[in-house]
Design a protein around this ligand. Structure first.
Ligand code: NI
Length: 184
């Protein structure tokens, strides 16, 4: 089922999301719905707060980018209760967008390497070092679980430049091809 995506201004996007218990009801169905919602909106990542749930569940699909990143062919994964323990490596800048910030694309500086723990869709625990583009996508998505969005990483000047677009979203204007839930 395709769910509406919560847009900038929705309080759930600013909450710290909670770990879920292994018996969280209908988890498989939730993950399937998140993958479907993300694909419909042509995103590569989606965090549960973006569909209104303040819980630590994220889906990432990099297979759709495998023309540009052949190393991610077939990469389509759910992450349950992810936590970033450390960000390291050199800082790299790259353009980012977000389904909860339609129409905004800005360069964001992030460390190239992370140490992360999570459960996979079968609730098997993982403890990994991740590098490169996937480390960036994970940082963007896991930020959502801390109530953060990529615009929080921008300089005051860049923030000023996008203020008009953000204010429009607060007034309920979001131009995109997928269904959204604005604050009003
Ligand atoms: Ni996002």
């Amino acid at each position: 089922m395709i769910l509406p995506i919560y847009v900038y201004g929705q309080p759930v996007l600013r909450k710290v999301a909670e770990d879920i218990a292994p018996d969280y009801p209908n988890l498989k169905e939730l993950i399937a719905n998140m993958f479907e919602t993300m694909a419909h909106a042509e995103g590569v990542g989606l965090a549960a707060p973006q569909i209104g749930l303040p819980i630590r569940v994220v889906v990432i699909d990099l297979d759709v980018l495998s023309d540009d990143y052949p190393e991610y062919k077939g990469f389509k994964k759910a992450f349950i209760n992810p936590h970033i323990l450390e960000v390291s490596g050199e800082e790299v800048s790259m353009d980012e967008g977000c389904l909860s910030l339609p129409g905004i694309h800005e360069s964001v500086k992030r460390g190239s390497k992370i140490h992360v723990t999570y459960l996979d869709a079968d609730l098997v625990p993982h403890d990994e070092e991740v590098e490169g583009f996937l480390a960036r996508v994970m940082q963007h998505e896991f930020d959502h679980l801390e109530g953060k969005m990529f615009i929080d990483h921008l300089s005051p000047l860049r923030k000023q430049m996008i203020k008009g677009k953000l204010n429009a979203m607060l007034k309920g204007k979001a131009h995109c091809t997928y269904r959204v839930k604005t604050v009003r």
